[in-house]
Structures are given as structure tokens and as C-alpha cells.
Design a protein around this ligand. Sequence first.
Ligand code: ADE
Length: 349
Amino acid sequence: MEPHLRRIVNPLLTWYETHRRELPWRLDQDPYHVWVSEIMLQQTRVEAVKKYYARFIKALPNVQSLSEVPEDRLLKLWEGLGYYSRARNLKKAAQTIVRDCGGVFPDTFAALMKLPGVGEYTAGAVASICFHEKVTAVDGNVLRVVARVTGSRDNVLLPAVKKQMEAQLREVLPDDAGTFNEAIMELGETVCLPNGAAKCGDCPLRGVCTAYRDGLTAELPVRVKQTKRRQEQRTVFLLMAENGTTRHCKYAVEKRPDKGLLAGMYQLPNVEGFLTEQEIRATAEAWGMQVLEITFLKEAKHVFTHLDWFMKGYQVRVTHPAGDFLWVTPKELQEKYALPTALKPFAPR
Ligand code: ADE
């Protein structure tokens, strides 16, 4: 089947012919100009970049001059743009080009990727715009357009999703990949805007856009930041009480609170932190038990949605069933009190 994205190519290129903004770095296809502008544009808006770009190129008109610029002068030229590592990497890359490439700008995606501060996006932009290599240049603007046109609900902040969208674009990339890349970026920056500001009325892709058709423009793209997972250490008690013979030993279980993690499930008693054997003994005694023996069982890890449990389990042999627990046989534990998966590694037998 024809890829859906194929349908954007012609309307996009036609639109770009008449809607292309005149920007200072579009006056020629000099890789030095395109490279500097793409680096500046990575964390800064087009309007703000314009005046920095003009001043920078006037002061440092070529790779040679950039490679020789004193650090203070460079940082002064970058002042206000922020993310100063971008400027330092520009100079390092210029030095690399002078030293290793005889001052000639690398002219393939692969060679560009080797320069400091140049990632897939920048290498793709320079290679396609200046050297007409058929490669993609996918930034946040492009991901937004692709997600909306295809109606994808995948999280575009995931590298795998970005890769897959790049692959979809690669499949439909026209010979003039540079113009296509600039056109789709331009659409993302001026029409297919984020945060409820999309100007679908002005969009050349309205007729082929899934989000527009289904009224999903405000929902797409999906961008879910992975929050940092909480990590918890826990000590798990396999409390074991013998009733005369070991064949009739019972184990302590308890019901978890009705709200929150594993709500209402039965579990082996466990507490936060990795306890020493002394602390384990003291804890069991505080629960009203007399401890006979403590045996380390094993470590285990369990991954919840927002939380990781790192667990150490101990078998704690006590004189008789006590405390606020249910004391159950292994058979009952299996059949009536199904343990949460997190605690299964410590279940008897
Ligand atoms: N944003 C960043 N680089 C761009 C480019 N080359 N064309 C349009 N928008 C851009």
C-alpha cells in the first residue's frame, strides 16, 4: 500500500514555493551558513536568531575565522543565546574541519556526524540542504506534523517513535530532500503550531491530515515525559511459626490498605529500607514475636509503573503465631491469598 505520508509531498512543496520565509541563512546554500543557523535554531526561536546570526557571520565569516576565534570573543558573540556548549562545539568542529579536512566542509551525513555538537538532525539538515543527500532532518516541528497527518497517538518523546517516523519520512523523501525538509519544518513553525494554535485553515495538508479529519489536532502529538521513577529498598519478612512439627508451619500474611499500591491485596509483611539482622529481630519482637532464627533468602527487584522495589527477603522463624497477622499454610497461601507478583520470589516452597 502507498504510504499515507506520500500524499503530503506535492502539496507541501507547492505551498513552500510561495510561503517560504526569506531568512538570512537562506540567501545561499553555504554549509557554514546553514550549519551555524541550524545550531542557533536548536534552542532559540527564528526571530531571536536573526540578529545573532547576522552579527556572528559578520564577525566570523568562515570556518577558518571561527577556528581561530578567542574564547571570550566567541562567548560574547553568543551572549543571550544561552546553552554555551553549542558555541564551544562550533569552534571545536571548525578546528576539526581545518585540521583534518584541509578547511573543506564535510559533505556527507556520515562525515558531518563526526563533528562535535552535530547530531542526526543537524547532519541531516546540512547534508540535505547543502549537498542534496537524501536524508531526513527531524526536529520537534517535523514530529508534530507527522503525528498529526498520520494520526499517530505514539509518544513522540520516545526515541523508538522518532526512529519510526523518520523511517516513514525516508520512504517518501523526494530527490530534493533539502527543500522537503525545510518545507515540513517551515509548516511546523508557521502553520502546524503546538498548544492549540494550529492554523488548519491555512494548511496545505488539511485534505490529507488525519488529526484534522478526526478533530484530534489539540491532542496530537502525544508528548509524555517519563518522570523519574521512585526507587525503594524494602525488607521482606517470611515469618514462619511452627506448630509442633515443621510439616504444619504457618506463615504470616497481611492485607494491604484499600488505597494505593496493590490496594487490598495480601502480602508478606515488609518494611522500607534494608534492615540488618539485628533490626529484623527488633522489628519482629516489636510485632510481638520471639525470634528463633533468621535466614537470608534472596534479593529481588520489582518494577511498578512509577516505582521500583529492591527487596531483600529473610525467613524469620518464630516460636508461635503472634501479632496482627493472618497465619496461613503454604496451601492456603497458594489457593486463597494469591500474593502480588512482586512478593512471589519469597513465597514458601
Ligand atoms: N528551523 C530550523 N531550521 C530550519 C530550516 N532550515 N527551515 C525551516 N525552519 C527551520
